[in-house]
Every structure is written in C-alpha cells, then in structure tokens.
Write a protein that binds this ligand. Structure first.
Ligand SMILES: Cc1cc2nc3c(=O)[nH]c(=O)nc-3n(C[C@H](O)[C@H](O)[C@H](O)COP(=O)(O)OP(=O)(O)OC[C@H]3O[C@@H](n4cnc5c(N)ncnc54)[C@H](O)[C@@H]3O)c2cc1C
Length: 369
C-alpha cells in the first residue's frame, strides 16, 4: 500500500480518493477550504459520467439524490422552438441515464468514507510530496493535483500553463420552482443564453451566460431585464438572491503533459473547459475511473500515472475543443443562420452526434453499481 496525496476536495479529488482506495492504496485529500461546503448549483451528469460513477461504486447513491433529464428543448430568445432532444432515449441507448443533481448532494455522496484534511492549502509540490501554506511538509509516494482551474500542482507539471479568460460570465441560481419532471431547456439569444433543468423536489436550476462587460455591471438586473421565455421569469422570481453565483468562464488550452514522475493532474486542473456541453465534471469522473484501472494494473506509480494520462488525454482534449465550439455557436451574434441551422437539422442527426461524443474510450467498468 502506498500513500497518495490528492490536492483538492472537489468532485475530482473525491473521486480520485475513491479510485486510490479501491486500488488498495492510502488516499489523503488536502482541501484548502475550512469545511466541506460545495457551492449550491445544479449539475448535469451525462450518461458517460454516470457510467464512470458506476465504475467507482457511486452510481446507486448518486441516482437516489438526482433527478432524470428526459427531454431537452432549445429555443430562440422569443421562445420559438429551434430543436428538441429525447434525452431519455439518449440515456437508454447509452446504457445509463442522464441525471441532474445539486452539487452539495453530489459532494455528500462522493465524500462518504473519504479522509479529507480541510484548511490545508497546498503551496508547492515536488517528487516527495507537498508543502502546505503554513510550511508543513506532507510526504507522499505520489501526488494527484485535483485542485481545479487555478491549480498549484499544474505549475510543477506544466510550468507557465495559465487559464484563458473567455470574456464571458455566467450567473447561476436554484429556484423553488417546478419546471416539469425531467425537463431541461436552453434559450439562445444574440451573444447571450439562458438555460436550466429540473432538480429533485420540484426545484430547478437556471443559468445565464453573456459577455462579462455586460453582466458584471448588475448581474441580477441584467437577467431580469431581457424578455427571456418561460420558465426563466418564474425561476428568477423563485430564487433567493443570496443563493446566486456569478463566475467568469475560464478555460485551459490542451496541456502538453498531465504527469511528471509521481505527480499527475486530474479534472479541471488538467482540462478545464467551457461549460456549454456540460462535460467538465463528466470528464473529471472519467479521469478517476481511468486512474483506478491504471493503479490496479501497476504498482509502479510513475508507470501507472503515465498509463492513466495516456488513456485520458485525447478524449478530454476533444471535449475541451468541442465545448468551445458549441459555446461559439450558442453564443453567436449571427442568430438567423444559426437558428435556421438548428431548426433544419433533424433530431436523429443531433442525437447521433451527441451519442458519438458520449461514446466512451474509457476503460471497462470495474465495480458493479
Ligand atoms: C457554470 C458552470 C456550469 C457547469 N456545469 C456542468 C455540468 O452541468 N456538467 C458537468 O459535467 N460539468 C459542469 N461544469 C464543470 C464542472 O463544474 C467542473 O469540471 C468540475 O467541478 C471540476 O471538478 P474539480 O474537482 O476538478 O475542480 P474544482 O471543483 O474546482 O475543485 C477543486 C478543489 O480544489 C481545492 N483547491 C484549489 N487549490 C487548492 C490548493 N492549493 N490546496 C488545497 N486545495 C485546493 C478547491 O478549494 C476545490 O475544492 C460546469 C462548470 C461551470 C463553471
């Protein structure tokens, strides 16, 4: 048994800890925040994420705290339907459902049984372990950097690789408003979009994305000022203002390396992408599944970490590219040709494109749900 320190206790760190433990090693998660308080936003879990959660043995518990996403509709800013997707069928054909979950509920499931040392910000990393902000050294046989887009561990693996500000900001909220069981939606305007999905317990989440210069002046007023179609006005009215989150959208370019000796990157630290395909967490969970397979296959940690990175890099980089491509379409200001294209492309073609993206090149399932 070897000791593997995981920097970061988000979705990536908690899933990585599970993989390390299932492979027979000792995980220790170091998290800089004082307590485990995941921020309350909604998260879409695509079938590939659910498959990977199954492989980590988390699938059944996540299903109990999630709502299904069964039908998605894309509209223009006036509410006219551009296209619809039968998400239930996508899930059936993929062999796992599409789910929607509140982040805190997901974190609670993922954190069960994981040792997390809170209030432990890592300031430096080397081949012997990590150094905390207060100067304490924590020894490790290997280090996994799951410390998100502003990763400190990335500086050791890929010095100088910095995130890029896309120029867009997203506002998110959770509403005590029922938008209909299994429903998800987006409405695409001119350089700005809204969207959301049904959550468990007759609640729902929503988001609004637009150029930062526009949003940051007065985030709340700006969403409400535009005449977005239903259900956005009712959702806004049912959202407590203290639960609203405002974040700039950053992304990473594909990194030249994910590992350096006994140090590896995982999740947003390795492949932060624009959120428009809803695949950031899914790719993070797929990382953890691949890490489990690699650690089970070899006790030589540098070898296992290289095998993990090799299994994952190509696919994660593809999602980085596709997420940005989809964002440029959704946020386009050339609304007429975009909307026409959306209306004319057949549902089956869109569904097949989605299924092709979801097709997994990840390793086979390792633990039954
Ligand atoms: C608006 C928005 C909507 C999204 N929607 C979806 C979606 O619907 N579906 C989906 O699959 N993905 C979605 N994503 C992406 C998803 O949120 C991320 O990909 C995912 O949370 C990445 O998890 P992570 O653990 O790698 O990073 P993070 O969640 O950023 O976690 C990193 C953790 O590391 C800790 N940390 C950082 N630095 C240090 C340090 N030096 N020392 C110790 N701890 C540290 C942080 O406190 C944090 O807890 C969305 C993203 C955004 C921005």
């Amino acid at each position: 048994m070897q000791r593997i320190v995981i920097v970061g206790g988000g979705i990536g760190g908690l899933c990585a800890a599970r993989a390390v433990a299932l492979a027979g090693h000792e995980p220790l998660v170091l998290e800089r925040s004082p307590v485990g308080n995941a921020i309350g936003a909604g998260l879409m879990l695509w079938p590939n994420a659910v498959h990977a959660l199954d492989a980590l043995g988390h699938g059944s518990a996540v299903r109990t705290v999630a709502a299904p996403a069964q039908h998605a509709v894309f509209r223009d800013a006036t509410g006219r339907t551009l296209s619809e997707v039968d998400s239930e069928m996508v899930g059936r054909r993929a062999g796992a459902p599409m789910l929607v979950v509140e982040r805190p509920a997901l974190h609670e499931v993922l954190a069960a049984g994981v040792t997390v040392r809170y209030d432990s910000a890592v300031s430096a990393v080397d081949e012997r372990g990590v150094i905390l902000a207060g100067g304490e050294r924590v020894h490790a046989d290997a280090v996994i950097g799951a410390d998100g887009i502003g990763s400190v561990v990335r500086e050791h693996v890929c010095p100088g690789a910095q995130p890029v500000d896309t120029g867009y900001t997203v506002i998110r909220g959770i509403a005590a408003h029922d938008i209909g069981h299994g429903e998800a939606f987006e409405a695409w305007g001119c350089g700005e979009i809204v969207g959301g999905a049904a959550l468990p317990g007759a609640r729902s989440y929503w988001f609004y994305e637009a150029p930062s210069a526009l949003v940051e002046r007065d985030p709340l007023a700006i969403v409400g000022a535009t005449n977005w179609p239903a259900p956005i006005p009712a959702q806004l009215a049912a959202t407590p203002s203290e639960s609203i989150l405002v974040n700039r959208i950053l992304r990473l370019a594909a990194l030249p390396a994910w590992t350096r000796g006994t140090v590896a990157l995982l999740g947003d630290a390795a492949h932060a992408m624009e959120p428009n395909l809803g695949q950031g967490a899914a790719q993070t969970i797929e990382d953890a599944e691949a890490l489990l397979v690699a650690l089970r296959a070899s006790n030589e940690l540098p070898h296992a970490l290289t095998a993990y990175a090799t299994a994952r890099r190509r696919r994660a980089h593809m999602f980085q590219r596709e997420s940005s491509r989809f964002a440029r379409i959704a946020l386009s200001t050339h609304t007429r040709p975009r909307n026409l294209f959306m209306r004319l492309s057949p549902e089956m073609v869109r569904r097949r494109t989605m299924e092709a993206l979801l097709r997994r090149h990840a390793p086979p399932r390792t633990v039954s749900p």
